[in-house]
Design a protein around this ligand. Structure first.
Ligand code: HEC
Length: 128
């Protein structure tokens, strides 16, 4: 149990990020940007359930969906930079630097990577 608590702590995430070759500085910056600018629509875990979401049509994307996960960095960076026509998704290119846009995308990717394994708890020790 203790091991899993460590896994979901920020330290565990930073360690996992390091292991995955992502620099925690970038991830931290991406998180700060996300929480300041994106969370109201996309929600704290990227599920598209931010406080503004019920008032938007179409609803914000679940950024951890299979559909979004399957898109390339380039595709998603284009949406982040230019916004999405006929939706509430704003263009960020005049507000965030290119590096900040990449950092926030890194953070979005990390939401996918680190939320999935938590769905399946490990088998109890000694089973099998
Ligand atoms: C005012 C609400 C709002 C805010 C703020 C907002 N978004 Fe969005 N976002 C949307 C909507 C609506 C869509 C379009 C719905 C869809 O793609 O299914 C969208 C789409 C996206 C997509 C495309 C997903 C896909 O699969 O094509 C990405 C990536 C994204 N947003 C990232 C961000 C980031 C990063 C921020 C903060 C810098 C942000 N959004 C802020 C509402 C918002």
């Amino acid at each position: 149990m203790a091991r899993w608590l460590v896994m979901i702590s920020p330290v565990g995430i930073a360690a996992a990020a390091l292991a995955g070759g992502v620099q925690p500085g970038h991830l931290e910056r991406g998180k700060a940007i996300y929480e300041q600018r994106c969370v109201v629509c996309h929600g704290p875990e990227g599920r598209g359930d931010g406080v503004q979401a019920p008032f938007l049509s179409p609803r914000p994307a679940s950024l951890i969906s299979a559909a979004t996960s399957a898109k390339t960095d380039q595709e998603l960076l284009r949406v982040i930079a230019n916004g999405k026509p006929r939706t509430a998704m704003p263009a960020w290119k005049d507000i965030l630097s290119e590096e900040e846009q990449r950092d926030v995308l890194r953070y979005i990717r990390s939401l996918i990577r680190f939320s999935q394994p938590m769905l399946t708890p490990p088998p109890p020790a000694g089973s099998q």
